[in-house]
Structures are given as structure tokens and as C-alpha cells.
Design a protein around this ligand. Structure first.
Ligand code: SAH
Length: 213
């Protein structure tokens, strides 16, 4: 089930769903998604669906991981410093890492973070720093960031995340409760003004408060 053909079918589906960036498609092809799941679910890794990773959380659907990565690459933002909120399994982190110089990723549930850390180590991904924290407040010590990407949805875009954007920085974040929209926020130059664009309807887990140890 983790064969070349199964993976290739996932790539073909991504193309059918409108993913056009060749670098993103190639990275999705190379990334061993089955390693980000528990063994009992690994055979379903290349299906077009979100899958449980424990603690009520999910490994994001391949399409949305590809789409968020594509939006980031096509935004033209410099990708020296990028912050991810919601490490989860570490899959999106792994897909994103080669496109970024320094990747910072915050997760609020310690056991998920620990598993993600060991997977990223196993895959020799070395430009990622992980933090156990409520990412609602970003990671101010390491900012500002050229881009911030959230894998969990708040009801309202946290002010702190916008504040931690570098000049021309881009924030990609799902917003809403039952009806969610993927939103792109761009800081206008070095000003305190931001341009917001709604991208498409999405379904993410909620951005929750506090840390689980
Ligand atoms: N990209 C991840 C998605 C995991 S789901 C993957 O593909 O595996 C989203 C993750 O966001 C969950 O692990 C959840 O625990 C985490 N999360 C939710 N609210 C958070 C917050 N306030 N700070 C940090 N992480 C949060």
C-alpha cells in the first residue's frame, strides 16, 4: 500500500484537484506520508483524506498540505524564516522544510510533538526547531517571520501572528468554526497594514488554548 503506484495515484489526484506547482508535486511524491501515522493506519496514508494521529487530532489531507505549500511558494515571499502552528504528526513540517531556510513549528500537545521530533530526526530534517507552546501567540523570540502557516483554525486571526510577520510577510490560516475559510494575510511593506484575501473553504481542527503535557 505504500508502493510507488499508490504514491503516484496520490500525485495524480493532486494534479486533478488543481495543484500545479511542480516543486510541490515532486516534494509530495518524495515524502513518506506513511511514516507519519501509527502502523495500524499506515496502509491508508496515501488516501485522499485526513487521518487520526491521536489526542483527537488529524494528519492533514494531502490536498491541503500541497495547497498551503503551493500558496506559500507562489506568494513570492522570501522563505528564510517560517513559523508553523500545529506540528501535529510533522508531515506538513517535513513537506515544507526543504523550501525554507529556518523552520519553526509550535505544537500544544507534547506526545504529538515528541513523535514528530523523532520522525523528523529519522528523516534527517535538520532545519526545523520545535516548541511546545500555544501557537496562538506565535513564537516571538524567533520572529519576525517571512511566512506563518497555521494548521489549526481560530475564530478570529490572532493579532500576535500578524504582528510577527516581517515586512511583506505572508500568513496563511484557516479561520472560522463550522464554516471555515483559508485566508491569506500579507503585511504591506513594513507598515502596520495588512491585506486579507479569502482563498477557499476548508475544514481544519480548531486552534485551542493552552498546552497538554
Ligand atoms: N500539519 C499537521 C496537522 C495536524 S492537526 C499534520 O499534517 O500532521 C493541527 C495541529 O494543531 C494538532 O496537532 C493540534 O494539537 C495543533 N494545535 C491546535 N491548537 C494549537 C495551538 N494553539 N498551538 C499549537 N498547536 C495547536
Amino acid at each position: 500500500m505504500t508502493s510507488e503506484r499508490t504514491r503516484e495515484r496520490m500525485i495524480q489526484r493532486l494534479i486533478d484537484q488543481g495543484i500545479v506547482n511542480v516543486q510541490v508535486l515532486e516534494r509530495m511524491r518524495q515524502t513518506p506520508r506513511h511514516l507519519f501515522l501509527d502502523e495500524a493506519l499506515a496502509h491508508r496514508a496515501y488516501e485522499d483524506t485526513a487521518l487520526p494521529i491521536g489526542h483527537g487530532q488529524t494528519l492533514s489531507q494531502p490536498y491541503i498540505v500541497a495547497r498551503m505549500t503551493e500558496i506559500l511558494l507562489m506568494s513570492g515571499a522570501n522563505l528564510d524564516r517560517v513559523l508553523e502552528i500545529g506540528t501535529g504528526s510533522g508531515y506538513q513540517t517535513c513537506v515544507l522544510a526543504p523550501f525554507v531556510k529556518s523552520l519553526f513549528s509550535a505544537e500544544r500537545i507534547r506526545p504529538l510533538q515528541e513523535k514528530a521530533r523523532s520522525r523528523l530526526r529519522q528523516l534527517a530534517i535538520r532545519n526545523v526547531q520545535l516548541k511546545l507552546a500555544d501557537g496562538t501567540f506565535g513564537w516571538p523570540e524567533k520572529g519576525p517571520y517571512n511566512a506563518i502557516l497555521s494548521a489549526a483554525a481560530p475564530n478570529k486571526i490572532p493579532y500576535e501572528l500578524k504582528q510577527q510577520l516581517a515586512p511583506d510577510g505572508v500568513l496563511i490560516i484557516p479561520v472560522g468554526d463550522v464554516d471555515q475559510t483559508l485566508v491569506k494575510v500579507v503585511r504591506i511593506g513594513d507598515s502596520d497594514e495588512f491585506e486579507e484575501t479569502n482563498i477557499e473553504p476548508v475544514k481544519f481542527v480548531p486552534l485551542l488554548a493552552g498546552v497538554v503535557r
